[in-house]
Write a protein that binds this ligand. Structure first.
Ligand SMILES: [Zn+2]
Length: 684
């Protein structure tokens, strides 16, 4: 019997992942068979007696590796959402093998020679723009991964990559284990201050852990942040906060500090081997920012105003605490709690008042509606598609002409073995090269299920995140390119957050709120007065948000510029924060021992700045709508689809942006959006 993981996908919409047939023990043989097939395909291309051409080399490579795409995508879904002990064992064995496999492809000398020949001839061989770009990217990918090194250096590089793969797996499995812990509360009085939906969620979470009658505060962001916002029990806030910021940093067998030190050291060695000044220089070469200096310049332009704002926020909060006679100085576990009080006092709005209007399912409908208005995409539920967990639901996506363009999988709830946070995943990339293949994407988040049958209420921040991830999904869905490597979200790291951050802006539009933000009990639409208040409060707490984020991004960049200074992780983190002037009332959004963006893989390493970079684009791009008269302006939306959402990586991102906006983005819109005065000179 054939291993179902390597079989071609059957079913509706050009085939769907066979999630109903996945057995964890099938992953290893499937991955091994797929890697072997891919290597054989690459050998065949490399050994072609015909002279190298775009068709027999670059296109042939695009055609190859399809079995590995299929297995690898399902493997990726399991590694983020179904990561039980048995699967983790598979990962520990397979991750270094996958790294070795990738090096083997890149280090295939004959293959690289052919790629280089096509690359050298690219201007005079009659290639169109998309083909030229694919050739350029393929050549860069190989060259930057060590294809030009001599044999001993290649061997060393591959050893480093395999060791890194092992370390990334250990790192992320450790974080997952720490996030699977929870603080159990025994007494009703431990819940003082928590609104009812949070109490219900905590009771449900305890029940799922066989602790009926108690309450569990999970050690994940979506459980911890609301607790810190509402709990009146300062002692418990402190305990919850300490557990959360200590993930991966408990001096036990799951401690990540040694792992991180080794990762950073190896990355530094690898960069040197590849001829770069640092890991950061290597990573940023293929980004919109291009250099660590340009990325840092942008971060620093926002850092000072943000730190200044934190001081104002702290003084507002201290005044509230003093007025209450709390007799405390604001500490990090107090920040969210008192910020919420200040928000209530200053803007007469609190999340508790807003949350009953933010029902998960209505917000999902709202996102679909926005997709229809902006991109002419239309969603309808489908039931005959296999899923990996009963919580997952699937929608079919059609364009305005009724043509089927994608499937959208939605996996909204927290559960054990699932990574915390929220993300988008592509199961299959769009292409027009090997048949007209439609996209399959998913959105994943970690909402805590309440009582069965009752609507799930989400905070404003979580609603923003929902729109953010849906922006990634739409980027994948709208893709309209020829080659799968250039498809959808396969773009530079600091550009990929642009469509997603842009979509966040539509949540707050009156069109969405009036239609989809209705009260969970009364069904009444959200009052205009509350919408106005939300709007007024939108610049609130920006000091905290920006410093929380930027401190993480700056520490990331400094660490990957100077790995020698980072041998003692605690010391490095402390020292860097102090030299930056980190306010003592705050911590980084992700402390190093659990900073998954940096250490569960390479992709966001020296790249956490990307969110800020992309936000200069999204803030500026949204102003294109407001300048034209509104968030739903048809002409601007058309340009957005044509130049941004549909082009994938077939065009240089800076050019795409210019085509959309008619000019480059400056920093002014970003600063306005964040409530800071713009600097006197242009940044980008
Ligand atoms: Zn994102």
């Amino acid at each position: 019997m054939q291993n179902p993981l390597i079989a071609k996908w059957n079913g509706p919409c050009g085939g769907v992942p066979p999630f109903d047939q996945v057995k964890v023990e099938d992953f290893k043989p499937a991955l091994e068979a797929a890697m072997a097939e891919c290597l054989a395909e690459m050998d065949r291309i490399a050994g072609d007696p015909a002279a190298p051409t775009f068709a027999n080399t670059i296109e042939a490579m695009e055609k190859g590796g399809r079995m590995l795409d299929r297995v690898g995508n399902i493997y990726g879904v399991y590694s983020s959402t179904m990561r039980n002990a048995a699967f983790q064992e598979v990962e520990r064995e397979m991750e270094p093998k996958l790294a070795a496999f990738r090096d083997k492809v890149v280090q295939n000398e004959k293959l690289f020679k052919r790629i280089a020949a096509v690359y050298d001839a690219r201007e005079k061989s009659g290639l169109d723009a998309e083909q030229k770009r694919l050739t350029w990217l393929k050549y860069q990918d190989f060259a930057r991964s060590g294809a030009r090194l001599d044999a001993p250096a290649k061997k060393k590089l591959s050893d480093i990559n395999q060791r890194l793969a092992t370390l990334y797996t250990e790192f992320s499995q450790n974080v997952l284990a720490d996030e699977n812990t929870a603080l159990l509360l025994d007494e009703e009085s431990d819940l003082t201050g928590l609104p009812q939906p949070l109490r219900d969620a905590a009771a449900q979470a305890a029940k799922e852990r066989d602790q009926s009658g108690k309450w569990a505060i999970l050690n994940t962001r979506s459980s911890v942040e609301p607790f810190l916002t509402y709990s009146q029990r300062r002692d418990l806030r402190r305990r919850v906060w300490e557990a959360f910021v200590s993930r991966g940093d408990n001096g036990n067998e799951r401690d990540n500090k040694k792992i991180i030190a080794e990762i950073v050291k190896l990355r530094g060695e690898r960069a040197k081997l590849l001829g770069y000044k640092s890991h950061a220089h290597w990573r940023l070469e293929m980004s919109m920012a291009k250099t660590p200096e340009r990325a840092t310049q942008l971060m620093e332009a926002v850092w000072q105003p943000a730190v200044k704002r934190v001081a104002e926020e702290v003084s507002d909060m201290q005044a509230v605490a003093d007025k209450e006679g709390a007799g405390i100085r604001i500490e990090p576990w107090d920040y969210r709690y008192y910020a919420e009080k200040v928000r209530k006092a200053k803007y007469d709005v609190d999340d508790n008042e807003v949350m009953p209007y933010l029902q998960l399912e209505n917000l999902r409908e709202a996102m679909f509606w926005v997709a229809g208005e902006l991109l002419d995409l239309h969603f309808a539920p489908v039931g005959n598609v296999p899923v990996y967990h009963p919580d997952v639901r699937v929608w079919d996506v059609k364009d305005g002409a009724g043509k089927h363009v994608a499937l959208f999988y939605f996996d909204p709830y927290a559960r054990a073995d699932k990574s915390s946070g929220a993300w988008m995943n592509a199961y299959r990339n769009q292409e027009r090269f090997d048949g007209d293949v439609t996209t399959i994407v998913s959105n994943n988040s970690n909402f805590v299920k309440g009582k069965p049958g009752e609507p799930i209420l989400v905070s404003w921040d979580d609603a923003v995140t929902l729109f953010h991830e849906f922006g990634h999904a739409l980027h994948g869905i709208s893709s309209d390119v020829r080659y799968p490597s250039l498809s959808g979200t396969n773009v530079d790291r600091d550009y990929v957050e642009f469509p997603s951050q842009l979509l966040e802006h539509w949540l707050a539009t009156p069109e969405v709120l009036n239609k989809y933000a209705s009260h969970c009990k009364t069904g009444e639409p959200i009052p205009q007065s509350l919408v106005k208040k939300i709007e007024r409060a939108s610049k609130f707490n920006k000091g905290f948000e920006n410093v929380e984020y930027l401190s993480s991004a700056l520490v990331d960049m400094r660490m990957h510029l100077a790995p020698d200074k980072a041998s003692d992780i605690s010391e490095f983190e402390r020292g860097t924060l102090s030299s930056l002037g980190m306010p003592k009332e705050m911590v980084m959004r992700h402390r190093l021992p659990h900073f998954g963006h940096l250490f569960s893989g390479d992709s966001y390493s020296a790249g956490y700045y990307s969110y800020l970079w992309a936000d200069t684009l999204s803030a500026d791009a949204f102003e294109a709508f407001t300048e034209a008269g509104g968030a739903y302006d048809k002409n601007v939306a058309k340009k957005l689809r044509e130049y941004v959402f549909s082009t994938g990586n077939s065009v240089d991102p800076a050019e795409s942006y210019r085509a959309f906006r008619g000019r480059d983005a400056g920093i002014e819109a970003l600063m306005r959006r964040r409530g800071f005065a713009p600097p006197l000179h242009r940044q980008q």
